[in-house]
Design a protein around this ligand. Structure first.
Ligand code: PMP
Ligand code: PLP
Length: 471
């Protein structure tokens, strides 16, 4: 029994926002415990009868990737879900249940699957951890900020970070404290220095304690933190009493080779860089997982993992907002993951997706090598995720000598690229500091969805735009 040897998580009462402290369990839900007694006629829950749902059954065609359980290439499997087809050990989760109101933590069936998956992948090193289903990491991040922060607080972020994560914070009146990055993401010494030199009176804000990071295939830089880097950052977090949020939609898109193994409980990470969750002896990490990049973004399904104290707050928050992912999403994904694929099949699927991103990255990076002008464009090939970060030596642009600044030159290059019919996102869209950068210039390219031909053509066009601009 692992729980007898692992300690419980630290308590985070001192970090909860006023909003989180005001969240209490629903009084109806507490009273409704009586409704589950045998023989009870419930006139309680305001839930409609499934008899009035017009959806009698759902049939879903699932693609069988090449080499998948011996299925012929290009073949499909059909999953059936119907009302009232509950059967212990076979169906477990029927349409009438899925389409009614459920728990704030998500369907028990789905929750069990992701909890098992989390144990297999990360085996958190403390006892009282748990998961809660979410409608994706966008929403989970909004919930997290509401749970930990007050207006006027600072959160700690990577210098360049996911634009929507910044917008969520800014719209809540929360400020960003940017910390320097290198090719491996956030720099631990820079983090320590920022926090050690924090002056409440000068900043007119308490010392930041919430650290938001995208440790793997970072959006937008593509940077992936090594295990040593993660350990060093965790140590700084312990020193300054930080709470860590790891937002990991690209965790499975790690491009160095990894192989799925039997889920024996010892396969931790299947060769993937260990997560913060797997290093988290204190229970100071909230991990956000998302099915958006490995199944489909429109499923709006993901989950968070943290200590039970934090998970309980998440459940309370779901109860008064999204409630839980859509019943259609949960029942379809559960049938797919639990019944059709199982844990091993899901690992194989993840490996299959990873292989797709591998050829995409290779095709795009090779085209960049071939077409981007040397000395003007610089890049380190991405090792995870869907982004390639490209640095431009903007100080050798002809306009620089005439006194043009970063913004003007970035715009000129962007316009030139658009004129050549290629769209990349200017780096400043991800800039987390209030004053604009003056030092380095970047553009973000994604190789996630363009065809192989278009990936090559896009690099050629961007290369042509740069050659025109810098001649
Ligand atoms: N508003 C009112 C007045 C309700 O009665 C209910 C359902 N009981 C809701 C909102 C919740 O609606 P939804 O299921 O769309 O979240
Ligand atoms: N977090 C990061 C770092 C992302 O890049 C994205 C998607 O672009 C998301 C979260 C959004 O995830 P979800 O679809 O689960 O809301």
């Amino acid at each position: 029994d692992k729980s007898s040897i692992k300690a419980n998580a630290k308590r985070w009462d001192h970090f909860f926002s006023e909003e989180a402290q005001r969240r209490k369990p629903s009084s109806i839900k507490a009273a409704a415990r009586a409704a589950s007694e045998p023989g009870m006629i419930s006139l309680g829950a305001g839930a409609p009868s499934a008899a009035y749902f017009p959806f009698e059954a759902v049939h879903v065609n699932i693609a069988n990737p090449p080499g998948f359980s011996g299925a012929p290439e290009g073949s499909e499997s059909i999953l059936h879900m119907a009302k009232y087809d509950f059967e212990p050990n076979s169906s477990e989760y029927s349409l009438d249940v899925a389409l009614n109101y459920g728990q704030g933590s998500g369907a028990a069936q789905m929750l069990r699957f992701v909890t098992e998956h989390t144990e297999l992948m990360h085996s958190p090193p403390y006892a009282d951890w748990g998961c809660c289903m979410t409608v994706g990491s966008t929403s989970a991040w909004d919930s997290t900020l509401r749970m930990f922060c007050e207006k006027g607080d600072y959160i700690i972020v990577e210098k360049y970070t996911f634009a929507s994560a910044l917008e969520t914070a800014w719209s809540l009146g929360i400020n960003a404290l940017p910390v320097g990055m290198d090719a491996q993401g956030l720099i631990p010494d820079a983090l320590d220095k920022e926090l050690s030199s924090w002056e409440e009176s000068k900043r007119k804000a308490r010392k930041p304690f919430l650290l938001y990071m995208v440790p793997t295939g970072q959006n937008p830089t593509g940077a992936t933190q090594s295990l040593e880097r993660r350990k060093a950052i965790y140590a700084v977090a312990q020193k300054h009493g930080l709470y860590i949020v790891e937002d990991e939609p690209y965790y499975y898109l790690q491009l160095p080779a990894f192989r799925a193994k039997e889920p024996s409980g010892e396969t931790q990470g299947c060769g993937l860089v260990p997560s913060y969750l797997s290093l988290d002896v204190d229970g100071r990490v909230l991990r956000m997982d998302s099915l958006s990049k490995v199944l489909a973004p429109g499923s709006r399904t993901g989950w968070v993992t943290a200590s039970q104290q934090v998970i309980e707050k998440f459940v309370r928050q779901n109860e008064t907002s999204s409630q839980h992912p859509s019943g259609f999403s949960q029942v379809i994904i559960f049938k797919l993951l639990n019944h059709h694929w199982g844990h091993l099949g899901f690992f194989k699927w993840l490996e299959n997706i990873r292989a797709e991103y591998m050829w995409r990255r290779d095709a795009f990076v090779q085209a960049c090598v071939n077409f981007l002008p040397e000395g003007i464009a610089h890049f380190v090939p991405s090792e995870a995720g869907m982004f390639q970060w490209i640095e431009i030596d903007w100080k050798s642009h002809p306009l620089y000598k005439t006194g043009a600044g970063h913004q003007k030159i970035q715009q000129t290059i962007f316009d030139s690229a658009v004129q050549k019919k290629v769209f990349l996102v200017p780096g400043t869209c991800f800039w987390s500091a209030s004053e604009l950068p003056e030092d380095r210039m970047f553009f973000r390219a994604t190789y996630a969805s363009a065809s192989q031909e278009d990936l090559v053509e896009a690099a050629r066009r961007f290369g042509d735009a740069l050659k025109d601009e810098f001649q």
